[in-house]
Design a protein around this ligand. Structure first.
Ligand code: FUB
Length: 325
């Protein structure tokens, strides 16, 4: 389905609710890989039970002012042998003629895992692998291909995303939450194998520190990592951006190394309508864009969100100019 031309800060599509946009330029077009929000009568809670998504649709735009195309259902949970429910924020990557869709979902035991599906087209449809990536857990995979062709997956989300239940390296359903003075939970990083189907080694934590080199604390809710990581590179430096969750901001930290440590910098996007905030950053035609979601189209229903974009600017030191909508 093709809709009218899209402007900045307007829903890319209005016939679907979409969230968690991961934007990439493939074959000269902007492709957006969002979650597909659906309505239901079930509960809303901190466990994220309201996000009951069952499939993915791929969106694309010829350029930043053109209509947005919905390429239809690209992968349904009934076609993912290992998954039971909740297809949350996905991402995509390309290598050697194949497009890879990375996505989290709960396995048959209710534990979030990260799976892969492949296609010969960036628009799908995608064919899921039999099992999730061995050693994967939690949510929100963001896959970054570096200039040297090494491929990294950043992932992890608190609360519904279960990251705090993995502190020992094994899933602990009754894990005790950290106190506010303890170091914050950290996002995870794993380098992908050459075929992008497995991790080269077990995922490890990434350090996010303040300007004095101290780790951010769990009680520092204005700055600490919550979910929704994204990695991009600008002028040779690595930018790790993410959601602060309970304070509803998109913030970022910088490093000279894709593995960190990352030094906290500041806010990219102020809170939007709705509890969640989730974004991606992409360069197209020499300009930089922030793709994000909010719940304005549904009148504030947080599990019925819409993907939008806005232009992003850097200052001369490479700092991102904060956006307040
Ligand atoms: O869409 C479900 C979850 O909400 C995502 O995985 C999080 O990043 C948040 O946007």
């Amino acid at each position: 389905m093709i809709e009218k031309a899209v402007g900045p800060n307007e829903p890319l599509v209005t016939h679907l609710f979409t969230a968690d946009p991961s934007a990439h330029v493939f074959e000269g077009r902007i492709y957006i890989y969002p979650s597909h929000d659906i309505d239901h009568d079930g509960p809303t809670n901190d466990n994220g039970d309201q996000y009951v998504m069952e499939d993915y649709h791929v969106l694309s735009m010829e350029n930043i002012t053109s209509p947005c195309v919905d390429h239809g259902a690209a992968l349904h949970i009934k076609d993912v042998p290992w998954a039971s429910q909740q297809m949350w924020a996905p991402d995509a990557a390309y290598r050697d003629g194949t497009y890879y869709l990375f996505f989290p979902a709960r396995d048959k035991e209710g534990i979030f895992r990260i799976g892969v599906a492949t296609s010969s087209s960036p628009a799908g449809p995608f064919q899921a692998k039999e099992s999730y990536i061995p050693g994967s857990f939690s949510i929100d995979p963001a896959v970054f291909v570096d200039d040297d062709d090494r491929v990294y997956m950043y992932f992890g989300g608190l609360w519904g995303g279960q990251l705090e239940k993995w502190q020992t390296g094994a899933f602990q359903p009754d894990a005790i939450e950290k106190g506010p003075e303890e170091p914050a939970y950290k996002p995870r990083l794993a380098e992908l194998s050459d075929d992008l189907l497995t991790f080269k080694a077990a995922p490890h934590e990434i350090d996010i520190i303040d300007e004095d080199g101290k780790p951010l604390l769990a009680g520092d809710e204005e700055r600490r990592y919550f979910e929704g990581p994204w990695m991009h590179k600008y002028n040779g430096r690595y930018y790790l951006s993410y959601s602060t969750g309970s304070t509803h901001k998109i913030v970022y930290a910088m490093s000279d190394n894709p593995c960190g440590p990352f030094v906290f910098q500041g806010m990219i996007l102020s809170p939007v309508l709705g509890w969640t905030t989730h974004h991606s950053i992409v360069e197209f035609g020499g300009k930089w864009y922030l793709f994000y979601h909010d719940a304005s189209l549904s009148g504030g229903v947080d599990h019925l969100r819409s993907v939008k974009f806005t232009e992003l600017h850097y200052d001369e030191d490479g700092r991102i100019q904060p956006i307040s909508l």
